[in-house]
Write a protein of this length. Structure first.
Length: 372
């Protein structure tokens, strides 16, 4: 009898272990789903008091003397085994601007892609994803400065395509991809662009990204586009170095060129002329404490052909931003002062005329992020 009881107990114990193992396996087979996002709003006052109420040369922080909603983001990330799916949805004025190449309900899509780890070092991604170009991001919580640079506004913001990321070792990573073009869910012509990136980490705390995109994007860059044979190329350098736990230095530089391929040059049409543009920015961020920091951005941007902004522009910009962290860092308040100075009269005044070389704004942004 004792032997039978012992055998029964052993059998029950074994069955329990099998059930537990199956439950664990079942849970793992379901994968993991995470939710994150943020909401941001801001107020800004332009000392030029532009009659239109619009700040010149800005990308997202457009409105003068108005309490404005920036962006509402909800990002779902599902991971199962070697596969990951991301649905990054955004709403609000900045979402309309950031996703401007999409139409209809697709305007809500900031990112929607799937990726698969082919090996421990090689990853494949396809869909719509954020660009590899530039230092700053659309996501306000991930930038120190709230207002975005001219280099950021130069774009691109996102791509629809496919790419391969390869980690050579802990100091070198490579990426190559094929995309429809700049900022669009669909292709604007029958050509594709190539993207590439090299990520180097010379020493711990120092990251260097060499980025490039090139291709025939005449239809993307202009309002017409029957001619073919154009070529757009953009080189970008992004680097940051953590001097210590409190002090970070960043640099961004970009150079773009546009060959039209147009049959003739039209005097008043910049899209029929070859053009170049570019600039550089220096970022200095210092954490005075775990709840407060200061960030200074100094920038120069030149678009003499007027192909990236409305009309030719050469401008320098200086931005000082505070970073107040509340609620364990989820709630950020960013007071900010910014001065833009252009070579020519490109900024609007209170009369409605563009007769100002300088534009100064003061304000603050309020950002709450969750799920991070």
């Amino acid at each position: 009898m004792k032997k039978l009881l012992s055998l029964t107990a052993a059998a029950l114990f074994t069955c329990a272990n099998i059930v537990n193992a199956q439950e664990t396996s079942t849970d793992d087979s379901k994968g993991t789903l995470s939710l994150s996002g943020y909401v941001d709003a801001y107020y800004q006052y332009n000392l030029n008091k532009p009659q239109s109420g619009i700040n010149g040369g800005r990308v997202f922080d457009l409105y003068h003397n108005s309490i404005s909603l920036g962006l509402v983001q909800t990002m779902l990330t599902y991971t199962k085994g070697k596969a990951t799916v991301v649905a990054d949805l955004t709403f609000g004025p900045n979402a309309d601007l950031g996703n401007f190449g999409n139409e209809g309900t697709a305007r809500f899509i900031k990112q929607a892609y799937l990726s698969y780890a082919l090996t421990d070092k090689l990853n494949f991604t396809i869909g719509q994803y954020g660009t590899h170009i530039g230092y700053e991001l659309i996501d306000a919580p991930l930038n120190f400065n709230y207002s975005l640079s001219y280099l950021f506004g130069n774009g691109p913001f996102y791509h629809t395509g496919a790419k391969l990321d390869y980690t050579v070792n802990d100091k070198l990573g490579l990426m190559v991809g094929v995309v429809n073009g700049w900022d669009g869910l669909m292709d604007f012509n029958d050509k594709k662009s190539v993207t590439a990136q090299m990520h180097v980490t010379p020493i711990e705390g120092w990251d260097v990204y060499l980025n490039w995109i090139g291709g025939d994007e005449y239809n993307t860059m202009s309002n017409f586009g029957e001619d073919e044979g154009s070529y757009t190329s953009l080189f970008d350098l992004t680097t940051s170095f953590n001097v210590n736990d409190a002090f970070k230095v960043g640099v961004n530089a970009a150079y773009g060129s546009f060959y039209t391929g147009a049959a003739e040059v039209i005097a008043d049409d910049p899209w029929t002329k070859d053009a170049t543009w570019g600039g550089g920015a220096l970022y200095l961020n210092y954490a005075i404490s775990d709840k407060f920091g200061l960030g200074l951005r100094s920038e120069y941007f030149s678009d003499p052909g007027g192909v990236r902004y409305v009309g030719p522009m050469k401008v320098t910009s200086l931005t000082l931003t505070g970073d107040v962290k509340l609620s364990d860092g989820n709630f950020m308040i960013k007071p900010e002062v910014r001065v833009d100075k252009a070579k020519d009269n490109v900024f609007e005044g209170s009369s409605g005329l563009y007769n100002k070389k300088t534009q100064a704004t003061v304000g603050a942004a309020f950002i709450y992020s969750f799920g991070n």
